[in-house]
Design a protein. Structure first.
Length: 431
């Protein structure tokens, strides 16, 4: 690799190629195979993208072996401790932390985009009262693409920025309205005097009937959870947004596609599944039974909130959340300590079990987030919506990065065809 090329030899096909090597500022190098098919007629095969970098990006860096997560170079631990979510959102979108003037301007822009078009409220009535809020999110966020014709030219950087602001600002309003629809309460309008996170809690929990004061511990916890979920490089939902956007599709439709991908229990849906799992386990005495189920290959059960495609040592977000979980349970008037104790015990047992140790399976961000959401009074079916709220800015930042890349192309993977060879049509009476 000294000359910055990688020699690919395939004696069977008689291929000998010198492929360019691309170096990142941190992390593994990549072999550029983009011209391989053109030059040799051979494809690369990598289901699940185990060894494939799908793009170059300057947004987030993860070192899965060392448990490192950085947004634009800043360690997640520092951002989690010191920043506000909108400060982090600005960082992800613009590349640098804002000055106090820039942050104030940004906050103002977001505040003045939080309202929904009144007609959008009609969409909620189309959903049955017990529709899953993630289903409502996919529908309502996608339906934003029917509005805002003034700024839908995806080739115009200003239009893209306006769409980014609209998405970031309206997402909490849409999410809280999904919850209100579920519980058949009136939708609460945004309050421009509140912070991003306090405004969301107010739209979730206040009613027109009585005053509601946002609890500062709850506001702090939501701020932290949004920061921890804000971006995670090329995960399934972000890659979905990029792939959808690569056809120059409408940005709101692209984000709706990301929400759909996030919903799966192997991705963002895991936080809801963790709580359901802990409730099913119910008691420390049952842990061994569930660990055995997770290890049994004939059983589909997996220990939810465990394992990660990239983190093979620890998930730094889970470490932060374990501490915050304790603090939240101490400060808020809820009695979920037994659930937390159960989670801690499950974690301890799994971390010493050979099956989990050998496969490098550690608690991920979803393992503790659900317990915190529950302590905040957020129902299980809203957990993945909370994830989507934090992740929206990451999706948007990636979409913006991709759209401003002059090399941007439609994403179009190839396949290895394993179906029937060519055959002739047989008339139906002869089959
Ligand atoms: N419980 C039991 N066994 C597991 C678990 C688990 N949670 N996770 C992985 N394994 C096992 C697999 O069975 C496999 O075993 P094998 O080598 O004997 O076949 C091995 O560990 C590797 O697992 P893969 O599924 O191949 O790993 P992959 O990187 O594809 O999957 C994933 C990662 C999807 C996160 C997986 O660990 C999982 O399903 N975890 C539970 C769901 C979850 O918590 N998802 C949230 C992820 S974080 C996020 O999206 C924010």
């Amino acid at each position: 690799m000294a000359d910055n090329t990688y020699e690919l030899c395939n004696e069977h096909k008689g291929i000998k190629e010198h492929l360019p090597v691309i170096e990142g500022t941190q992390g593994p190098h990549a072999v550029d195979v983009s011209k391989l098919y053109r030059d040799t007629g051979v494809l690369t095969y990598d289901p699940g993208f185990m060894s494939t970098a799908s793009c170059e990006s300057r947004i987030t860096y993860i070192d899965g072996e060392a448990g490192i997560l950085e947004y634009r170079g800043y360690p997640i631990e520092q951002l989690a401790e010191k920043a506000t979510f909108l400060e982090v959102a600005y960082l992800l979108l613009h590349g640098d932390l804002p000055s106090s003037v820039q942050l104030r301007e940004f906050e103002q822009i977001i505040v003045y985009h939080t309202m929904l078009n009144e007609t959008l409220k009609n969409f909620y009535d189309g959903f049955h009262h017990d529709a899953h809020p993630m289903a409502i999110m996919v529908g309502v966020v996608g339906s934003l693409s029917a509005f805002y014709h003034d700024s839908l030219d995806v080739n115009d950087p200003h239009h893209r920025e306006v769409s980014a602001h609209r998405l970031l600002a309206k997402m909490p309003t849409i999410a809280a309205a999904s919850y209100k629809h579920n519980i058949s309460e009136p939708i609460v309008y945004p309050d421009n005097n509140l912070s991003y996170c306090a405004n969301f809690l107010n739209m979730m929990f206040s009613t027109p009937c009585e005053p509601y004061e946002v609890n500062s511990t709850a506001e702090k916890a939501v701020n932290l959870l949004f920061i921890l979920h804000a971006d995670h490089e090329q995960n399934a939902s972000t890659s979905t947004v990029r792939l959808a956007g690569s056809s120059l599709a409408n940005p709101f439709a692209c984000i709706a596609a990301g929400i759909a991908s996030l919903w799966g229990p192997a991705h963002g849906g895991a936080n809801e599944a963790v709580l359901n799992m802990l409730t099913d386990i119910g008691d420390v005495s049952q842990i061994d039974k569930y660990i055995a189920k997770a290890k049994d290959k004939s059983d589909k059960f997996r220990l939810m909130g465990f394992g990660h495609r990239v983190y093979k040592n620890f998930d730094p977000r889970a470490d932060i959340l374990r501490e915050v979980c304790k603090e939240v349970l101490d400060k808020l008037p809820v009695d979920d300590s037994p659930l937390f104790e159960l989670a801690l015990r499950l974690e301890e047992i799994a971390l010493h079990d050979e099956y989990f140790v050998k496969r490098k399976l550690y608690p991920n961000v979803d393992f503790y987030s659900g317990i915190i959401y529950r302590a905040l009074g957020i129902p299980n079916n809203m957990f993945t919506v909370m994830f989507a709220l934090g992740r929206t800015v990451g999706w948007v930042a990636h979409w913006m990065e991709m759209m401003s890349d002059p090399e941007q192309k439609i994403g179009r993977p190839r396949q290895i065809y394993k179906g029937s060879p060519r055959r002739e049509y047989i008339p139906i009476e002869n089959r």
